[in-house]
Design a binder for this molecule. Sequence first.
Ligand code: ATR
Length: 266
Amino acid sequence: MTDRYAVFGNPIAHSLSPKIHAFFARDTGEELSYEPILVPEGRFADKAHEFFCDGKGCNVTVPCKLDAYAFADVLTPYAEAAGAVNTLKKLEDGRIEGDNTDGRGLTADLKRLGVKLKGSKVLVMGAGGAARGIIRPLQDENPVLITIVNRTIEKAKKLAEHFGVTACSYEELSAEYDVIINATSTSLNGTLPPLTDEIFRKASFAYDLMYKPDGETVFTKKAFENGCTGVADGFGMLIMQAALSFELWRCVKPDVTKAINYFRAC
Ligand code: ATR
């Protein structure tokens, strides 16, 4: 029987994951199926139990990442640190392992783009689920400083304390960062976090976790216009986190550069 995989979420029809995993499967010669599964409110555990009768693994997207965290029998350190799960895998003994590949997807994409994190000063904007998911993998790369800045300062302080990094408000922020990461939801509605132009001028790279078909978000546009030499949206991260899930399930590394080029051209 063909090994079965899926992505759970709501909404789910727009998800690129089935196309990305079909591309990886074709490209690596792995035989598998991958389907989108719509999760009605409050029904994640039922749907996941049903799926894992014969399913091998799944991705989990909004709004089910916390439900998947609760559903998993065992968690990887990345899932634990993120407090959320985007990948589930059925282990040989039948237990379900929860991982989170989002943050490692970001650091892998930054490496692909030639961004040096070791010894760098990194600014993370936002203190919600997206920010929480990337801090531990960023710490693995040994930057000299990670600062979380958030509109609601209490949330930034709480998250910073949890990971042993620093926090500040937008008003207190100095322009001393090498890499600026937008983990707020602002690009979704075309707005911007309140950053000074100087912060962009001094930075060498600005990365937005959100992505746009043409690769430009309001955030990357603003950074570029202010002289930040390197900018990228989160499309590479999307492909990278999918590749890490694929590798976890199949023990085969997909060609991510080929996938990024292919889907960018679509
Ligand atoms: P996600 O799971 O995508 O991280 P979230 O948990 O709702 O979503 O978090 C959204 C983040 O974007 C928060 O850090 C939020 O700031 P607050 O904690 O102060 O709400 C941030 N955000 C949203 N709109 C913003 C804006 N206009 N300016 C600055 N930050 C904003």
